[in-house]
Ligand binder design. Structure first.
Ligand code: SF4
Length: 476
């Protein structure tokens, strides 16, 4: 029995909405380096990609729907000549996946050009939209463009000053790379919800959502862009422009659980090791006798290794993924998603048969994926199936840059753990506690956002109001 788990997995997981990449490099092929940088942050957004390159006199942009290799041709990359580039991979909310909403967004303002690429989501885009001067030539329905025009219209002699004067107006999550004809600029909200890192490449600089993009492009990590910080890079070098102070930090705990790549380092912690530690802690919190610990490729692998190590139960593979799948064109709309390309997993029936199996996974959103996998394994002869989840139950939506379904579709918001166990037809089900997950991240509890688990949002969120705004102004 073959199963289209790809489709299910996509529906099941929470999705980060975007990945960003920027480079300033004289004598570098900035478009080509950015292309590889965008490949490295492809996991943060698969519905579209864009690249903007400046040669000092003009900014040229290429954007398209689909995965990075399907958006840019060799001819495109060769045609983008310059020394500064910013790029973006996008995941959109349902209905927001149009070409107009792709990034980077380019604004022409008083004979100047300003372009931005955003990872995150601000919750007051609707209010800010009303403050823009009449006739502002909005081309998209994204919070990112609203932010761009707020910056254009802000007071300040330089773009850096304009950004500093605008930062306090934006409520929510934003890790941004921006570009003028002569400068690469980066800034991050004071909570520091989403990651943003700085690296050095030969004589130039690279800024990206995750360190894995620095590794891929050959850049050396320098440091994180700090929460609330604005930096810029021009022909004179790197400049620390200023810092917007905030009430508290709120780095997204879910980045460690699922969003970031395991080979990235977030706040000095390798994501793979955080996941492995969370698997170990889960083995102590929720032990169960079994023959084999497994993961659903690839998201739960690091945690499953940790669970296996702490429990002494061997780690093995029971689902084989077909790794030779080309472009998928998976779309956020349910209708299209249902037609999605069949990326298949096949169970190793001989190994599964008669075994007591522990499946370790990162999270349960709707419960549909794990339910299908359990069915598949039962049909393959599994004796017992125990589910261990390396995060607490997700009960609340995210308003800070991660696409979550409505609360009604989050299975843990309406069902108890026992009811979920019955729904997915597992022999047992256990989640990692929030305190253990925080411990695994090795971050101070008061520097993290854990709202989707705890319901405690780090800033006041008018849920009804925000819902309306999100519906009207499709976010990044
Ligand atoms: S609500 Fe959850 S997904 Fe959103 S920023 Fe907070 S921890 Fe991350």
């Amino acid at each position: 029995m073959m199963l289209n788990i790809s489709k299910l997995k996509r529906e099941e997981s929470l999705k980060d909405k975007c990945g960003v990449f920027g480079i300033y490099g004289k004598n570098e092929d900035v478009a080509r380096i950015s292309y590889f940088g965008l490949y490295s942050v492809q996991h943060r957004g698969q519905e579209g990609a864009g690249l903007a390159v400046s040669n000092g006199k003009e900014i040229k942009t290429i954007k398209g729907l689909g995965l990075v290799p399907s958006v840019f041709t060799e001819k495109d990359i060769a045609s983008l000549k310059g020394f500064i580039a910013i790029g973006h991979t996008r995941y959109s909310t349902t209905g927001g996946n149009t070409k107009n909403n792709l990034q980077p967004v380019l604004m022409r303002y008083k004979n100047e050009e300003f372009t931005i690429a955003h990872n995150g989501n601000i919750i007051n885009a609707g209010q800010l939209l009303k403050t823009l001067p009449p006739g502002t030539p909005l081309k998209s329905t994204t919070d990112t463009e609203v932010m761009g025009w707020i910056i254009c219209n802000a007071k300040g002699k330089s773009w850096e000053e304009k950004i500093m004067n605008s930062m306090s107006k934006f409520e929510g999550a934003f890790s941004i790379v921006a570009m003028t004809k002569t400068k690469l600029i980066a800034f991050r909200d004071s909570y520091g919800f989403r990651p943003l890192v700085l690296g050095k490449l030969n004589g130039g600089f690279v800024i990206s959502s995750e360190t894995c993009a620095l590794d891929t492009t050959g850049a050396t990590y320098i440091r994180d862009i700090r929460p609330g910080e604005v930096v810029s890079i021009d022909r004179k070098g790197f400049h620390e422009i200023g810092m917007m102070k905030g009430e508290r930090k709120a780095f997204c705990l879910f980045e460690y659980v699922y969003l970031a790549r395991p080979d990235s380092i977030l706040n000095n912690e390798l994501v793979h090791q955080v996941r492995q530690r969370s698997g170990e802690l889960l083995a102590y919190e929720a032990p169960v006798g079994a023959d084999l610990v497994v993961a659903i490729p690839d998201s739960g692998t690091s945690a499953a290794i940790g669970y296996s190590k702490a429990s002494g139960i061997p780690f093995g593979e029971i689902l084989i993924k077909n790794r030779y799948i080309g472009r998928t064109f998976i779309q956020p709309e349910q209708r299209i998603r249902d037609i999605g390309v069949k990326i298949k997993f096949n169970p190793l029936r001989k190994i599964v048969k008669g075994k007591r199996i522990i499946i370790v996974d990162d999270s349960i959103v709707r419960g549909t994926t794990i339910k299908h996998i359990i069915l598949l394994l039962r049909k393959s002869g599994a004796k017992e199936i125990h589910i261990r989840i390396c995060s607490p139950p997700i009960k609340n939506p995210c308003y800070f840059g991660v696409d979550t379904p409505n609360k009604d579709h989050l299975i843990a918001s309406s069902k108890t753990v026992d009811q979920i166990k019955k729904f997915i037809n597992a022999d047992s089900l256990a989640y990692l506690s929030l305190s253990a997950l925080e411990r695994a991240s090795r971050q101070k509890k008061n520097t993290l956002c854990s709202a989707c688990f705890s319901g405690k949002y780090p800033l006041p969120v008018d849920i009804q109001f925000t819902k309306n705004i999100l519906e009207k102004s499709k976010s990044c």
